[in-house]
Design a protein around this ligand. Sequence first.
Ligand SMILES: Nc1ncnc2c1ncn2[C@@H]1O[C@H](COP(=O)(O)OP(=O)(O)OP(=O)(O)O)[C@@H](O)[C@H]1O
Length: 714
Amino acid sequence: MRSLDGSSKSSGNGHSASSLSSVNSFSSLASVDLGAPAAAPTGNGTASGHSANGAHAANGTNGTNGNGTGFSNGAGGGGSGGSKGLVLARQPLGSYMPAVRSAAATIAEGIATETAWRSGGGSGAGVGVAERVVVVEAEAEMAERPSETDFKWAQDDYNATTRTIDTWTFFTIFRTRLWLLDQKWSYPGGFTDAKRSERARSLAKYLLTSILELGPTFIKIGQLSSTRSDLFPAEFVEELTTLQDRVPAFTAAKARAIIEKDLGPVEELFADFEDRPIAAASLGQVHRATLFTGEQVVVKVQRPGLKALFDIDLRNLQLLAEQLDKGDENRDFKGIYQECASVLYQEIDYLNEGRNADRFRRNFRTDAPWARVPRVYWQYCSPRVLVLEYLPGVKISDKAKLEAAGLDTDMVARRATESYLIQILKHGFFHADPHPGNVSVDPRTGDLLYYDFGMMGEIVPDVRTRLLDVFYGIYRKDTDQVLRALVALQVIKPTGDNLSIRRAIAYFIDNLSQQTERQATIQAIGEDLFAIAVDQPFRFPATFTFVLRAFSTLEGIGKTLNPEYRFSEVAQPYAAELLQLQDANGQRNGALLLEQVQQQATELGQAAAAMPLRIARMEATMAQLEAGDLKLRVRVLESERADRRQGILQLATLHTVAAVGLLNAGVTLALAGEGPAGAAAGVCLGGAGLFGVLVVLGMRRVQRLDKFEKDMRG
Ligand SMILES: Nc1ncnc2c1ncn2[C@@H]1O[C@H](COP(=O)(O)OP(=O)(O)OP(=O)(O)O)[C@@H](O)[C@H]1O
């Protein structure tokens, strides 16, 4: 449902095509239903309403009602072009039909509700051109949505062993292809940059396809990684920003079974429960329902078997991270894995999401009453089921609809930014996934409506003081001060020697001061930061990348709503206020920032004067060492050892590929029976064993080298 794509460059509005993923189009259709029950004003709106199409349209059992517009475009969509077609092209056309029918039903409802809304909530005025565009887009998108039978992981009989083999086959192939990327000898006809980038693109597409085939865990991690230009090569990150939650919706029967297991029979809980989901994504899907008290709610149901799948996948990913850490001392893959694992497990605990929603709502109550968060109906919740107040709205990026509702889009953009500044600077608790599908606007009041509280970020409490320290450091061009403040703010996490970090910060400060105001967009600053971070012995903790992505997304949304929007303009007075930079009359005062900064500068100057002479001398010696060629010689020796180590690892990778390949072949042959197949199986398994031993020996050599390196340093 969410695409972590705020940093995307492609769409110019902070979200790539992926943010308008299948679910968002669902949600856009759902969200135009502004509480007005579909009045079915035109001939093709008859499928709408709570139960007219409730016959499990999403699971393909039927759902053919009222879909007069459904088949004209969508049916042929199965073999869609480009990378999208990779998974789907292999599927028979017939497998799309249920999805097409479901799309048609959804579309019919969308037309009915949208038309009703546009015409003031009643008499239909026919389907306009704009609506038809929405219809066609939604049809195409839905036609691409595969069915459950097309994915191994969605099958009931999928087991841990098969999953582990599938996962490691993917890891191994990917790593080998990644390694081959820079092996000049492996390019037939000679290496050229063009050939390399072509190969890199094809590998990125393979990555995307495999992620989709491997399903929820990998889709989520892929989406998280799509914001990490600091960690992964640009080609892959770009491809990952197009990652959509193109997973099948699960059947209403399965959704009902989960609700029943956790809470009791659906009929006893709800007066009405819509079988067709209004949104579906990798982790769960959302159904509308009505309580016996008459209140409209949404029921978020988690995908069946998700926890078990996470357990297997994360165990394998942990092993992979440990292995990768041995081959790259600048990266902390284990740390990255831990961050991912904790985010993922939090996301599948819906009780945690409910608590987040409550906290988020409380925070806004006084500071921004125009930012609304749906109420949680706790008596209907479990770790896999979340029932929330139904709060429909217009998607925040949908300028046309916001204007049609008579809203000031500039005000909406400002509110979005301000609500984020409040979250981050004042509460230190923020929505870590503000893509346009997760923020809507109430067309009657202009209130912001937030959805999806599975992924929230927290910032250290003393943000204000530390931020001032950062400003002060930048103002004084004091690299050390900025470094200390950034570490304290948990913006960077040193993983090696501080020398390179200091250089990176110095470069960044210089660069920043040379940029014109227009160039200094959040997105540009983020890109600079990430570019500097590549291959550096520090990393940005997830929280920081979430903040950056949130601001970058908001900037994109702001520009969509108002081309003149500038993040810094909106943020400046607000940040000053939040940092309590007000003069005696309560006026916001930018000059006060400088005053405070100068005051701190003086304080620090006094502290520096009192600093023991010895430390000052050490500093000076360090500076000389940095500049001299002593460091240069040490570096050469280090890099020689690093080269040797890299060579051993590459060989070990090849051995791993051979071992896994032979193991695969051996197991397949062994299953085929006795006789020649059995003998061949023996040979393959023997070979696999041999290569396995070589891998272990290689790893031992690496360990010895590492130990040597450590002793040298120690
Ligand atoms: N309280 C609500 N009122 C109205 N619509 C809602 C509400 N909650 C969710 N929706 C709709 O459902 C869509 C999906 O919701 P949400 O993002 O919470 O699902 P999700 O299951 O968390 O997704 P994921 O699997 O990615 O975690 C939203 O974009 C919105 O259109």
